[in-house]
Design a protein around this ligand. Structure first.
Ligand SMILES: [Fe+2]
Length: 264
């Protein structure tokens, strides 16, 4: 199913005051998934060392192990077949690339790094070389991925981690993420850093499947929260994710030698 361009009413979730309110509270968290150093990442001018600092942390914190984080969440989902199926599909795509006929997403990430001229060992770093805030965010993700209620764990991984600041616009059909070759040729790593388009298979794979994953994410959570306590757990878990993610991104910016004043 194609999600971009479809609005909230097309999610197929029976809307109630509780789900409308939960959707809004989660979107308020997603609206803040923006970091002051982000513009630097889409502009030319970063050194090799700065790029390596950014990508090695992304790899270690959630790219390499994302399929297993999803598997942790699947392990605590009770007999709710549509949720189990959506998570299983997501795990299958992330660990094998089977749906997009590409490859395991962590491996496609490494192909992109090699396209930038990095050796694997420059990106796959031992924990001792990672910023403490990155390790703390990663460890918290691991723990929270299998913490009850399952709806909060699923919201954390599929809405917070996989989602972006564009979530609201995407849900309302006002934003359609670039896909296919369009997404590849416009990608900052291709435009500014000389990554060959052939190494951007991860971007192609995400364009192919991520649309339906976004819809699945919201359906899994909004379609299965029936009480305020569970709704609150979903929102509070994502809010914690936001706070920890900001500390993590501040840590990476520090390692990259970026200053907030300059970015502003
Ligand atoms: Fe992915």
């Amino acid at each position: 199913m194609d999600f971009p361009g479809r609005g909230w009413h097309d999610l197929g979730v029976k809307s109630s005051l509780l789900t409308a309110d939960l959707r809004e509270r989660l979107l308020c968290v997603m609206d803040q998934k923006n970091h002051w150093a982000y513009p630097e990442l889409t502009r030319p001018g970063l050194s090799r060392g700065q790029l390596a600092a950014h990508f090695s942390h992304e790899y270690a914190v959630y790219v390499r192990d994302f399929p297993t984080l999803l598997a942790r969440a699947l392990g605590i989902v009770p007999d709710v077949p549509d949720v189990r199926r959506s998570l299983a599909e997501n795990i299958y795509e992330e660990q094998t690339g089977g749906l997009s006929r590409s490859g395991p997403h962590p491996e496609l990430f490494m192909v992109m790094m090699e396209g930038l001229g990095f050796a694997r060992e420059e990106i796959d770093l031992p924990d001792a070389r990672l910023h403490p805030a990155a390790l703390s965010y990663r460890d918290w993700l691991r723990e929270s991925a299998c913490e009850k209620p399952w709806q909060a764990a699923v919201a954390l991984l599929t809405i917070w981690v996989e989602g972006s600041v564009n979530e609201r616009a995407e849900l309302e059909g006002r934003f359609v993420r670039p896909r296919g070759e369009d997404a590849v040729v416009k990608h900052p790593l291709v435009v500014h850093y000389g990554c060959p388009p052939s190494a951007m298979r991860l971007t192609r794979a995400h364009g192919d499947v991520e649309g339906s994953h976004r819809g699945d994410a919201w359906r899994m959570v909004l379609g299965h929260v029936d009480d305020e306590a569970t709704a609150r757990a979903c929102v509070e878990t994502c809010q914690q994710g936001l706070a920890r993610w900001h500390r993590y991104r501040d840590g990476v910016a520090e390692r990259m030698g970026l200053s907030r004043d300059r970015a502003a």
